[in-house]
Design a protein around this ligand. Structure first.
Ligand SMILES: *[C@@H]1O[C@H](CO)[C@@H](O)[C@H](O)[C@H]1NC(C)=O
Ligand SMILES: *[C@@H]1O[C@H](CO)[C@@H](O)[C@H](O)[C@H]1NC(C)=O
Ligand SMILES: *[C@@H]1O[C@H](CO)[C@@H](O)[C@H](O)[C@H]1NC(C)=O
Ligand SMILES: *[C@@H]1O[C@H](CO)[C@@H](O)[C@H](O)[C@H]1NC(C)=O
Length: 450
């Protein structure tokens, strides 16, 4: 498995129903916490306002108050949250609370992770009752993290407790809106909206190896009975991709191994198999389940790994594939005004070796991939710049400029050691834009080519 974080489940439906179960649970937990917090507020108001009548009652009340303070106040140790004069964290070991888990799994209690970019370590916990000693509280999906008691967290010279919400699904398949605005950090695949950095499907170290590696199957050895391959398990995608593929299948030959429009057997929809299938075809259909700003997933990663030409769909920056690929290296269906034009061009490219290989121009290089693999990311990026051009969108404002190939939490520990807490506190997180803003409309693909 070459991706950084993703758990791939066989079908989207159990996962979605699990997410809704999680969501329901989290609503109950939130209600519980709100009730408890409300109860505590009432108690503390009562303690402050209620006239103290008898000695006995006074004692009792101050006991209550102590218990209350113990619940809310941090466990304060000497120098527990050390800072430099600028307010940057000097901690070298952080405690990270996985608040939500991840699709039924999640962090392993007590697991220690080393972050080499900042020479720090962090330890995972899943125990909500350790929140007072926690440095980072992590939620998978801003909505599911709504039960975090944000108002009880500290961000001051005495203690810094940060919240982070992340998600790897598009706006169509995850929560959006104000739930996200309460977090200090938001990490999604969205390259610009994330703070401090995105959390993407791209392990750049591996991605750059694959990008520059020559194709393993030559033009002559590619499949001749079919033009393109498609392996998909979500057959009811928001953008209407099935309807589109069904019509493209009338113009060119597409082998579909997945459960949608299946016409071939031999490869499952499991990711590990996909590259073996992909590399035998001239074209790989790498259209996502929704067309949202920067929503580019392992579909492109796997197509690049295979050394075949990806066929993608991106319009009005939803997404902009130049942020992920060199120029003239993919076919964007929106560059064509009709299904026939698109099909004719796929055939023209697929039948002309010179033209076909021109789309893989960046793989024709004199890099020794074995040596290249050993280089640090910055050195790799320099080589990539020499080949695809320093000013290419992929390098200036795309994935290569933003993704540091690190564990999401390591990105955070590095950031808080470099950034005063006051700056982080002053950063205004915003609501996560909904699908109506971030994505193309429902069934857009099937409706665009009529
Ligand atoms: C981490 O520590 C090692 C050894 O002390 C040092 O050489 C290296 O520069 C440090 N790296 C960072 C990112 O601070
Ligand atoms: C194949 O493509 C190349 C590059 O675009 C072009 O120069 C050549 O004329 C094409 N060959 C045929 C037979 O169309
Ligand atoms: C890259 O962009 C910079 C700034 O726009 C420009 O000065 C430079 O000439 C460009 N370099 C190349 C190789 O196009
Ligand atoms: C954050 O929001 C506050 C209140 O809305 C505003 O006063 C402040 O200027 C904003 N800060 C930044 C960095 O945008």
């Amino acid at each position: 498995m070459r991706l950084i974080t993703r758990h791939q489940l066989p079908s989207i439906h159990p996962r979605r129903s699990f997410v809704s179960l999680l969501f329901t649970i989290s609503i109950f937990v939130s209600i519980g916490i709100i009730l408890r917090a409300t109860n505590q507020d009432t108690q503390s108001t009562a303690i402050i306002n209620e006239p103290i009548v008898t000695k006995q009652k006074e004692v009792k009340l101050s006991e209550d108050k102590t218990i209350l303070n113990q619940k809310i106040a941090p466990v304060q140790k000497e120098n527990a949250w050390p800072l430099d004069a600028q307010g940057r964290s000097l901690k070298t070991n952080f405690l990270v609370l996985d608040w939500t888990g991840f699709f039924g799994g999640g962090a392993t209690e007590g697991e220690r992770v080393l972050c080499s970019s900042s020479n720090t370590t962090f330890v995972w916990t899943r125990q909500h009752n350790r929140i007072e000693e926690t440095d980072f509280i992590i939620a998978h999906d801003g909505g599911a993290g709504g039960s975090i008691p944000f108002d009880h967290l500290h961000l001051s010279n005495d203690q810094q407790q940060y919240t982070m919400a992340f998600v790897m699904e598009s706006e169509v398949h995850s929560t959006t809106g104000n739930a996200w605005a309460r977090f200090n950090f938001i990490m999604t695949y969205n390259l610009d909206d994330s703070y401090p950095e995105p959390a993407t499907y791209f392990d750049m170290n591996l991605y750059l190896d694959d990008l520059l590696r020559p194709p393993s199957v030559s033009f002559e050895d590619k499949e001749k009975q079919a033009d393109a391959v498609w392996i998909i398990s979500n057959c009811n995608a928001q953008n209407g991709r099935e309807g589109f593929i069904q019509r493209l299948m009338q113009e060119i030959k597409i082998d579909s191994f997945g459960s949608c429009l299946n016409n071939r057997r031999g490869y499952g929809a499991r990711m590990a198999d996909n590259v073996d299938a992909y590399k035998k075809y001239k074209f790989v259909i790498a259209i996502e389940n929704s067309n949202c700003a920067d929503y580019v997933t392992e579909k492109l990663v796997k197509a690049v790994e295979s050394g075949s030409i990806p066929i993608v769909a991106g319009r009005d920056g939803r997404p902009d594939y130049r942020r992920y690929m060199p120029k003239h290296s993919f076919i964007n269906i929106f560059d064509y005004s009709s299904m026939k034009d698109l099909a004719d061009d796929i055939k023209r490219i697929g039948n002309n070796k010179t033209l076909y290989e021109s789309y893989l121009w960046y793989k024709k290089n004199d890099i020794n991939i074995q040596n290249f693999k050993e280089l640090p990311l910055t050195a790799k990026l320099k080589h990539v710049a020499d080949i695809i051009g320093l000013n290419s969108t992929m390098l200036t404002s795309g994935i290569a400029a933003k993704e540091k190939s690190e564990n999401k939490v390591c990105k955070l520990t590095r950031f808080v050691r470099q950034t005063p807490w006051q700056d982080i506190a002053a950063h205004n997180s915003t609501a996560r834009a909904g699908p109506e803003t971030a994505c193309l409309p429902r069934r857009h693909l099937s409706n665009s080519f009529s």
